[in-house]
Design a protein around this ligand. Structure first.
Ligand code: WTA
Length: 659
């Protein structure tokens, strides 16, 4: 496995390390002794972390572990929304800003905790009027506007589950998620701003809900004034039903294991997995990690996580973790280059952002745009910088440190997944001497290992598979409606040892620090977004001209991986026509329409054959060699060894596009 990762040799020479300043270390929320304290008694440690929250009834046991099913804080009762909102108001912080919201066109909203409480209560009352109750599923497809947060918290307050679907996903993708969860309500908006222009949203969601009988109502936020199609009786304007509601609602405490949300993520098959998270353990670990990893100081820090609310990072580190910790956050609606490439730095300067959490793909984009752009802004308010979503290369790490962090901000490279719910492996900013590109070590209370095929620890200096060998509070509780797939996907690979298999390759350096090396399964990571090769293949073969398709993730200097597709056209399609730029563009657009623009292949190559083993399995390894312009590896297991020569020979004709 390790030899598939060309970056491995570069990484092993990295020996710079950056300890926190004495000044930072002296005021840090977490100190070095936390590791030993957590190791000494993990359950006592996690119980202490759970004390960060308000429990209506305290738990009887910290953990019931009947692998692979965990229950945390057994018997405890709490309300997640109360913990994120009301208790801060009751404690006298109603006037503290919860969100500095910045719209893409430049409009702004300042939302205090008291405002948030009123908005969440009104939204909750509106959901009740629409018949939403405990255990119901609510689908949400919204841009980055405050109503997205109100909606999520209103669901949590009612014990209903939200299923947030990224705004860039296609109607087909939304439909599949609504169907799988049997959602009864969809919350969406008329349109969304994209690069300065309003684009339709409701028109797309209407396509999705045309055949979803479980949807009883569609609640529509007016954001852009764009024209919308309307179904009387089913569709309701947000302002018409929410604005008139009472600003009060008494929250009910639910069991610690009350389902909180479903979030779909790509797996190795075409069907996305509905990852299930529950209330108490999830909120505990979100709050704990947000506090120690970002060294967050309530009432002082100004925190900005640039993720979209449609991804897990938005759930855990825009909504649940920060609000549980009484954070003052920036929330930004738009793209980083609207209206200019300094927008992020302008926002940091404007609000005095002290903690900035973003993705490597964006850092590399900033590098490309040029160092002179951030240099024009005052970024001296920054104290901690975070990275998430994909491995961060040492060059990008150093650039981030020097040009954004002014050489004096600790960088936390945080490894985690939709499934883990919260950060698992990361430096502690006041403790760890961080190495550029390494997530360093599991947080206090978390246990991880790197093992070989047989499940044995590989030891320092070696690579293998990343596993989690102890349960953790914010772990997924399953895949919605599919227990078998849950066991199979995460727990079968190292069943004997009882390890959770993360699907990532990793390496220990000589000091035992963790270096993440990317996915080892058929999941690609494009700009920090997980997309399965099978999903894109299915989209391609659903086009009338395509007979067969194979998709690989090839390394890409900006997006981490880029999607490269090899397609065989149907017999009746003339070859010249098939390879033409128009035909290739049509295929790329087709994938974009089927899944969403994030899944658009970077490159499509038309071939006559695909490399397959004698059992018919496509050898993606060889296609990756082609896609990454490498010499082609061992072909002896191919059913027809001449296939690769044919593919290589045909490549001059293939087309690549860059939009
Ligand atoms: C990758 C995002 C290296 C990894 C929170 C993981 C990372 C997948 C890092 C989860 C990191 C995330 N270093 N790789 N710091 N963070 N990944 O579910 O492959 O969208 O399995 O969750 O992203 O992606 P997901």
């Amino acid at each position: 496995m390790a030899e598939e990762h060309a970056t491995l040799s570069n990484l092993s020479t990295e020996n710079r390390s950056f300890p926190p300043s004495d000044e930072f270390a002296a005021q840090a929320n977490a100190t070095a002794d936390w590791y030993d304290r957590a190791d000494a008694d993990r359950e006592v440690f996690w119980a202490e972390q759970a004390e960060r929250l308000h429990w209506e009834r305290k738990w009887e046991r910290v953990l019931d572990w009947d692998a692979p099913f965990a229950k945390w804080f057994v018997g405890g009762r709490l309300n997640v929304a109360y913990n994120c909102v009301d208790r801060h108001v009751e404690a006298g912080y109603g006037e503290q800003v919860a969100f500095h919201w910045e719209g893409e066109p430049g409009d702004t909203r300042t939302i205090t905790y008291a405002d948030l409480q009123r908005e969440v209560c009104k939204t909750t009352n509106a959901l009740i009027e629409l018949g939403v109750g405990e255990g119901d599923r609510v689908a949400i497809q919204l841009p980055m506007i405050p109503e997205a947060v109100f909606s999520m918290l209103a669901c949590a307050r009612l014990g209903a589950m939200h299923s947030v679907v990224f705004g860039g996903f296609s109607p087909g993708a939304l439909k599949a998620r609504i169907e799988d969860a049997e959602a009864k309500l969809l919350i969406t908006s008329d349109g969304q701003y994209r690069r300065g222009k309003p684009a339709p949203m409701k028109a797309n969601t209407d396509e999705a809900t045309a055949e979803t009988p479980t949807i009883e109502h569609v609640l529509v936020v007016k954001r852009t004034e764009i024209d919308v199609p309307w179904t009387d009786g089913r569709d309701i304007w947000w302002h018409e039903i929410v604005d008139k509601q009472s600003e009060e609602h008494t929250p009910e405490a639910f069991d610690a294991e009350q389902p909180l949300y479903i979030l779909y993520t790509s797996g190795t098959t075409g069907k996305p997995k509905g990852i299930l998270h529950t209330a108490g353990g999830y909120l505990t670990q979100c709050a704990y990690t947000h506090n120690v990893v970002f060294d967050h100081k309530p009432g002082e820090s100004v925190y900005w996580c640039t993720a979209d609310i449609g991804w897990v990072t938005g759930h855990s580190y825009i909504v649940y973790g920060p609000l549980a910790n009484r954070a003052t956050s920036v929330m930004y609606e738009g793209t980083p280059n609207t209206p200019h490439e300094g927008r992020h730095w302008e926002i940091i300067q404007k609000y005095g952002v002290s903690i900035y959490y973003t993705a490597p793909t964006l850092i590399r984009t900033f590098m490309k745009w040029g160092t002179d752009i951030p240099a024009k802004y005052d970024l001296s308010s920054l104290r901690v910088l975070g990275s998430v979503g994909e491995p961060i290369n040492p060059e990008a790490w150093m650039w981030y440190r020097e040009n954004i962090g002014g050489n004096n901000c600790p960088i936390v490279d945080t490894w985690w997944q939709t499934e883990t719910g919260a950060i698992m492996i990361s430096p502690l900013p006041g403790v760890t001497a961080a190495k550029p590109g390494s997530a360093m070590r599991p947080l206090p209370g978390i246990s991880a290992e790197i093992v070989n095929d047989a499940g044995e620890p590989v030891g320092h200096g070696n690579g293998g598979y990343l596993v989690l060998d102890e349960p953790w509070p914010s772990m997924l509780r399953g895949i919605w409606g599919d227990e078998e797939r849950y066991r199979e996907t995460y727990w079968s690979r190292f069943a004997e040892q009882g390890y959770y298999f993360a699907g990532d390759g990793a390496k220990y350096d000589d000091d035992g620090a963790f270096w993440l090396l990317g996915r080892v399964d058929d999941v690609m990571n494009v700009s920090g977004h997980r997309i399965s090769t099978t999903e894109v293949e299915s989209a391609l073969v659903s086009h009338p001209t395509v007979a067969e398709a194979a998709v690989v993730g090839a390394s890409d200097a900006t997006t981490g991986q880029g999607i490269v597709a090899f397609v065989i056209m149907r017999g009746n399609v003339a070859q010249d026509e098939a390879k033409g730029a128009d035909a290739i563009k049509a295929l790329r657009d087709h994938v974009s329409k089927e899944i969403g623009p994030i899944a658009k292949p970077r490159q499509i190559m038309v071939v006559d054959e695909l490399p397959k083993t004698r059992s018919g399995k496509i050898m993606r390894r060889l296609l990756r060699d082609v896609a990454e312009n490498r010499e082609i590896g061992d072909v002896t297991t191919l059913a027809d060894s001449s296939v690769m020569d044919m593919i290589s020979a045909g490549l001059q004709d293939s087309s690549r596009s860059e939009d």
